[in-house]
Design a protein. Structure first.
Length: 255
């Protein structure tokens, strides 16, 4: 049966964040990512009759985004399988257990308690509410792991509490993964975050970070800064502010 490979590589991000990543990509600064909308589009683009291989090599990211992708995989009507080619870490491990799966001999799974990002602030009520939200998220993650593995809830919670990295053999032993594979089968087509393409033997996919020298990164950052200011109208506002500051300086000098 022909097979289409859909990558879950790099950080798992929200659809809102994907717009920013795409903006960077249009200016040559390309990063791997997986987002729900891009994954949904990839599934919809799979040719009729093709099986689907979800190729996972990701450190994780947003649990909410991973949960959307999990639901798409578990609810897919066609033949679909997940394969871990490197690491399925954190939120990516949630995607890995969405259905039938396999792992490279040197692959790993990483599970841990959910956590908040930077910038958390507020009084004790906000922090207590955030802690309750984290516990609820952990409950959902445990339910997904429990559904796949059949392990007791307490054992899964203990693995998460200890922030556990599972080798391929251990992941199979515990039921997170169905089998160890010496390599995913070569696909006939490759569906990526930024479009669809035929894949030639020996190619690694659509993403090419290129030669990111410090000079190139600085030039890209400058171009993006100017583009963002122009698009939002901040450039004009900044010029007006500069004129006001000049006028204020002149008035001070006269005084």
């Amino acid at each position: 049966m022909p097979q289409t490979r859909i990558p879950v590589h790099g950080t798992i991000i929200t659809d809102d964040d994907a717009h920013f990543y795409d903006l960077l990509a249009r200016h040559g600064l390309v990063f791997d990512y997986a987002a729900p909308a891009a994954f949904r589009a990839a599934l919809e683009a799979v040719p009729a009759g093709d099986s689907v291989l979800v190729d996972i090599n990701s450190p994780g990211g947003y649990v909410s985004a991973a949960a959307e992708i999990y639901d798409m995989i578990s609810g897919y009507a066609g033949d679909i399988r997940c394969h871990v080619t490197g690491v399925a870490g954190s939120a990516a491990s949630l995607i890995a257990v969405a259905g039938r799966n396999s792992i490279d001999r040197l692959g790993t799974l990483y599970v841990h308690n959910s956590q908040l990002g930077a910038g958390v602030s507020g009084n004790h009520n906000e922090f207590e509410s955030a802690a309750q939200g984290l516990r609820a998220t952990d409950d959902n993650i445990v339910a997904a792991y429990e559904h796949k593995t059949g392990l007791p809830r307490e054992e899964i919670l203990d693995l998460m509490e200890r922030s556990t990295t599972l080798s391929a053999a251990r992941a199979v032993e515990l039921g997170f993964i169905d089998e160890i594979s010496d390599g995913a089968p070569s696909p006939t087509a490759f569906v990526g975050s930024h479009g669809i393409t035929d894949i030639a033997p020996g190619t690694s996919g659509l993403i090419d970070t290129g030669n990111l020298t410090p000079e190139r990164i600085e030039a890209l950052a400058k171009a993006l800064s100017e583009l963002t200011l122009a698009d939002t109208g901040i450039t004009e506002g900044r010029e007006n502010m500069d004129e006001n500051l000049i006028a204020a300086d002149e008035a001070t000098d006269e005084a």
